[in-house]
Design a protein around this ligand. Structure first.
Ligand code: V47
Length: 424
């Protein structure tokens, strides 16, 4: 039997058409209805009102500097405990690297020092090499995050930013989740405030903050799934302070584990409220919302199924409809898969994220190398096939115009695609 139009959505349709604001009850109706076509249609309408048929992507590189972490979040399969006793604990001469993982695009080197137990850490020199390699291939942004390492000093992070900017002055540094920023306030002596940490990082070259670490803003979920992590108040303090200082940021939501749809919607409403205040009173605001589809493999919640494809689509669409003051909704293809992210471009999503290249935090299909890359031609093809106009953006969503010269420096395949486009 065909899915019937749901009369419960009629007032919601009217509100969306009038540019009105949706309530928690509206959000619940959108989550509960079987009329998924109307949900998608309304989300697409909101998306097209802002962006027409444009779909954004960027040439970026994710760099995860360490997987050592003092936290034990149940959803996370990335972290490794830092050895506290026995050989290796001092990170002295006994701390023998057991392998050098090849991590560069050329597979030529830039190894992380990987230790017994699978923990790794990158030196600043290695990170700069990765950033320089990315810039040489046309990247406009590096996205740098890692675990909360118990021994690395704050100077490691400021020196990292400074060294990247010295080598690649034009590269945008989007780095450190709110959780890492709070960690930095705790490792400095005397302790620095959030504003002082952000100011020091900005002086060193930090340009914006990614949206990670938000998970679900709810005390029950926090207590059950990521108890030791700083809570929502700290997350908002960091983003509020960043916005006051004029540093733009993103916001995420990790969904599809132990939270209810009502808790997801409350999460969105808290972000919407914060964004209202930032747009009204602060010098910067959130640029995009990134719903992250939970990948259970290897985590302490591996017994959970994770979100279905329909849940992914619906959550992206509902996000577009609820977060009327967020300019962009991103489907981070690493988490939702490239196939679903492509479909989502007609369900409220306008941003596909980027080329990524290496990603250590999650991997959708199985083990093996963490090289997870889409080339520019692959991304553009996916976007075009979805009926969109592919637009390369920088981190501030400004269109990147490339001459054929700098396209050539970035990717031979992209060059041939540009040539093909020129002929159409
Ligand atoms: O903070 C951890 C999440 C985040 C899992 O700002 C997991 O543009 C799914 O924040 N399954 C890091 N998610 C990634 C992130 C991000 C990614 C892309 C773009 C942007 C942006 C931000 O990944 C963590 C955590 O919330 N995460 N484990 C997992 N098993």
């Amino acid at each position: 039997m065909a899915v019937a139009a749901d009369p419960a959505l009629t007032p919601i349709r009217a509100r969306v058409l009038a540019g009105g604001r949706l309530s928690l009850a509206d959000g619940l109706a959108l989550y509960r209805t079987r009329d998924i076509f109307t949900v998608g249609e309304l989300a697409n309408l909101a998306r097209e009102r802002r962006h027409g048929r444009k779909a954004f992507y960027n040439i970026n590189r994710h760099i995860n500097y360490t997987n050592y972490c003092v936290l034990r979040c149940k959803f996370c399969s990335f972290y490794r405990p830092f050895p506290t006793a026995g050989p290796g604990s001092a990170r002295g001469p006994q701390a023998l690297p057991i392998s050098g993982q090849a991590r560069s695009a050329t597979e030529a080197g830039v190894p992380a020092r990987t230790f017994e137990g699978g923990g790794y850490e990158h030196s600043i020199g290695e990170i700069v090499e990765l950033a320089a390699e990315a810039a040489a291939q046309g990247a406009t942004e590096v996205h740098i995050v890692g675990g909360l390492h118990p021994r690395l000093p704050f100077s490691y992070y400021t020196d990292m930013c400074r060294a990247i900017k010295a080598r690649c002055p034009g590269l945008h540094i989007k780095a450190f989740t709110a959780i890492e920023i709070v960690h930095f306030t705790r490792i400095t002596r005397p302790r620095l405030s959030i504003a002082e940490v952000l100011t020091a990082l900005r002086e060193a070259g930090l340009d914006s903050l990614p949206g990670g670490g938000a998970e679900i803003f709810d005390d029950r979920v926090h207590a059950e799934a990521f108890r030791a992590k700083v809570g929502e108040q700290h997350w908002f303090d960091v983003h509020g302070t960043a916005h006051e200082l004029g540093i733009p940021s993103n916001a995420t939501m990790l969904y599809g584990h132990i939270e209810s749809v009502e808790e997801r919607l409350q999460h969105m409403l808290k972000l919407r409220e914060h964004q209202d205040a930032s747009l009204r009173d602060r010098r910067a605001a959130f640029q995009c919302f990134v719903p992250l589809s939970f990948i259970p493999d290897g985590s302490a919640l591996a017994h959970l199924p994770g979100p279905s494809g329909l849940d992914d689509l619906r959550t992206l669409a509902v996000s577009r409809l609820m977060l009327d003051n967020f300019p962009h909704i991103k489907a981070f293809w690493i988490m939702q898969s490239a196939k679903l992210a492509q479909v989502a471009l007609n369900w409220g999503v306008d941003d596909f994220d980027g080329t990524v290249v290496w990603y250590d935090i999650t991997k959708r299909e199985g083990r093996g190398s963490n090289r997870q890359e889409l080339t520019v031609p692959q991304i553009r093809r996916l976007l075009r096939e979805a009926g969109c106009e592919p637009v390369e953006r920088d981190t501030f969503y400004r269109e990147v115009k490339r001459s054929s010269d700098n396209a050539a420096g970035r990717d031979p395949a992209a060059q041939s695609e540009s040539a093909a486009q020129a002929g159409t």
